[in-house]
Design a protein around this ligand. Structure first.
Ligand code: IMP
Ligand code: MG
Length: 174
């Protein structure tokens, strides 16, 4: 595989500003309550790490591993590859993912987590590709709406590479 650093599509400054804004909205919404944040790894790792530090609430963090992509194509099958450590029953749960694409991942998470009887269940994503939706689901908090492009950086990968780019770029195969 050739490794090219992409041009900046969403700069690290723009991301930081958006994360701060999302953190403030979430803090306002759950005021007086505590929150369980569940990040979908590996992609949401970087976003969740920044987002939880922008949320000023008593908060517990857990993560779940799901995967649906091979290269730049969604495989259509979402697999859960790990278990939660925290109990969700009676808790306000905020699921954090880096991008909402076909919607299959969050749709699956919604079905599984709803059965655990949380007090509430909401979804926060940094990026939303509404044109790509295959199942009916929306994020309660979405940072940036983007067109149907395969993006990398800030946790988003192409075959596990590029997650460490501090900004978001568009992947261009050659
Ligand atoms: P969905 O289940 O199709 O909504 O896809 C969600 C997951 O697919 C995300 O959490 C990402 O891990 C991955 N994904 C979707 N679009 C992209 C992209 O443009 N770049 C990198 N990963 C993506
Ligand atoms: Mg992901």
């Amino acid at each position: 595989m050739k490794y090219h650093k992409p041009e900046v599509y969403i700069s690290k400054e723009k991301i930081a500003e958006k994360v701060k804004q999302l953190g403030e909205e979430i803090t306002d919404h759950y005021k007086g309550q505590s929150l369980v944040v569940v990040s979908i790894t590996n992609g949401a790792l970087i976003f969740a790490a920044d987002l939880i530090r922008a949320i000023d609430l008593p908060l517990q963090l857990d993560s779940i591993m799901m995967a649906s992509y091979a290269g730049t194509q969604s495989s259509g099958k979402v697999q859960i590859r790990s278990e939660l450590k925290l109990q969700l029953e009676g808790q306000h749960v905020l699921v954090v993912d880096e991008i909402l694409d076909t919607g299959r991942t969050l749709h699956n998470v919604k079905e599984i987590f709803s059965e655990m009887n949380p007090a509430s269940l909401k979804f926060c994503v940094l990026l939303d590709k509404p044109e790509c939706r295959k199942v009916d689901i929306q994020a309660d908090y979405a940072g940036f709406e983007i067109p149907d492009e395969f993006v990398i950086g800030y946790g988003l990968d192409y075959n596990e590479f590029y997650r460490n780019l501090p900004y978001i770029g568009i992947y261009k195969p050659d």
